[in-house]
Design a protein around this ligand. Structure first.
Ligand SMILES: Cc1cc2nc3c(=O)[nH]c(=O)nc-3n(C[C@H](O)[C@H](O)[C@H](O)COP(=O)(O)OP(=O)(O)OC[C@H]3O[C@@H](n4cnc5c(N)ncnc54)[C@H](O)[C@@H]3O)c2cc1C
Length: 404
């Protein structure tokens, strides 16, 4: 193989598709420990992302967007308000003369659309059910050892074991990245002592194609509009809460949870009529000190993991995908190996500073909205109202967020 990507989440799949489309001369493999998710025709997947226009363009370039569009909900407005004061801000796509501010899409819809595209590309192979465990390097080639609990599916290898040889290894294996661990790359971590609880809620009123976010003292609560299954009343809920509260909320039965949710959201969309199964994710900020090692590189959550309050994790990961493809293309045009250190260091230079700035902004935002004393409450409420009253500032914030 020329390039092997470890991890078949949204970022790894997008990387495989973009490399294969832009560089048809390369042979690409993608190794995924689990199975790729299926899209349900009857229910929504509670794990969603708010995709920016830049991410949409990338998914369009690889041919995945047409399959995503039918289940993507464009949102034209974003409303943010503080539970402890009167500060609030509305961002509308009219402020920037665009049809929408982005799309809310289920993770499984994006991954399935990418899989569909990849299956039609002759130079990518997806191997599911194999977990990367170890490796060694010899004469510039990585030898990757992966294992499966199932039968051996890679020809000519020992039972349940597989060895892949590759020139460049791309770690897209998420926040607990094995590739990062094997490269001995350290991370800077901030534990937020918060958990994000996600589910789908059916509300009495239409979501109005608006992304809603209320900042509670215990953490932000978002209602994100969903589309594709026939009505405008379903929202994906992302409730980031201090760990003790999140544990209590997870233990409630559905009707008690729906009542708590409705109260925390000030019944902005009427009654919460029903809720789906809930999932929880511990929240942290984690940033790899380096994005590459000899012949290997990190992208997506393997390189950086941020608080979901501004919905930027996957968008940043897709920008990594674009930058890495461009740097590999540049190396190939100059007759260099795709794993040439100059290509990997240029990729790191392009992405690490940008990602660090977003991580820092999210941590500051989180601290500002978590602070309970009068001084900070006054500051953030005044700040929200000032932004709301300034069309120029609003425009700048929207355009900055949409460029990610
Ligand atoms: C509650 C919540 C809400 C969010 N909302 C948004 C949002 O609105 N907008 C946004 O942009 N981002 C959002 N994010 C962040 C976004 O979901 C992530 O940044 C994104 O999904 C990361 O994708 P990834 O492909 O890098 O990693 P992952 O999705 O974690 O995928 C990693 C893959 O690697 C596989 N893997 C792991 N180890 C191995 C191994 N050893 N061998 C083989 N395979 C392996 C795993 O099985 C997995 O499939 C949110 C996150 C959370 C928790």
């Amino acid at each position: 193989m020329d390039i092997t990507i470890v991890g078949g989440g949204m970022v790894g799949m997008a990387q495989a598709a973009l490399l294969a489309v832009r560089h048809p001369q390369l042979q690409v493999a993608l190794l995924e420990a689990g199975e790729l998710p299926e899209v349900s025709a009857a229910t929504y997947d509670p794990r969603v992302v708010a995709l920016t226009q830049a991410s949409q363009e990338l998914l369009d370039e690889v041919g995945a967007w047409p399959s995503i569009a039918g289940r993507a909900c464009p949102y034209t407005e974003m409303r943010v308000w503080d539970a402890e004061g009167t500060g609030s801000v509305r961002f509308n796509s009219r402020d920037v003369q665009l049809p929408n501010l982005g799309h809310i899409v289920e993770n499984s819809v994006v991954i399935s659309a990418l899989r569909e595209r990849i299956e039609a590309l002759p130079n990518v192979e997806v191997i599911t059910g194999f977990r990367l465990e170890s490796w060694w390097r010899d004469c510039g080639l990585w030898h990757l050892q992966a294992r499966s609990d199932r039968v051996n599916v890679i020809e000519g290898l020992e039972e349940n074991g597989a060895i892949l040889r590759t020139r460049l290894l791309v770690g897209a294996d998420g926040v607990r990245s094995k590739v990062r661990e094997l490269l001995r790359i350290r991370t800077r971590d901030t534990l937020y002592q918060q958990t994000a609880l996600v589910c789908v809620a059916r509300c009495e009123a239409s979501h109005q194609h608006t992304a809603w976010q209320r900042f509670l003292k215990s953490g932000p609560l978002a209602f994100l509009p969903l589309a594709g299954l026939g009505d405008d009343n379903h929202c994906a809920v992302v409730w980031s809460a201090d760990e003790a509260l999140a544990r209590e909320l997870m233990m409630l039965d559905d009707s008690a949870f729906a009542l708590n949710l409705e109260k925390a959201f000030e019944s902005r969309l009427g009654c919460v009529e029903s809720v789906s199964e809930r999932f929880s994710f511990p929240l942290r900020a984690r940033h790899a000190e380096s994005y590459y090692g000899p012949g290997a590189v990190l992208i997506g959550d393997a390189a950086h993991n941020i608080h979901p309050l501004a919905g930027q994790g996957a968008n940043l990961g897709l920008q990594d995908v674009r930058a890495l493809s461009e740097e590999i293309g540049r190396a190939l045009n100059r007759g260099l190996e795709p794993a040439d250190p100059s290509a990997l260091s240029r990729y790191q230079r392009r992405r690490r500073g940008d990602n660090a700035a977003t991580l820092k902004a999210m941590s500051t935002f989180k601290s500002l909205f978590g602070a309970g004393d009068l001084h900070w409450r006054w500051l953030r409420n005044t700040g929200l109202s000032m932004v709301d009253a300034s069309p120029l500032l609003k425009k700048r914030i929207i355009l900055r967020a949409m460029a990610v």
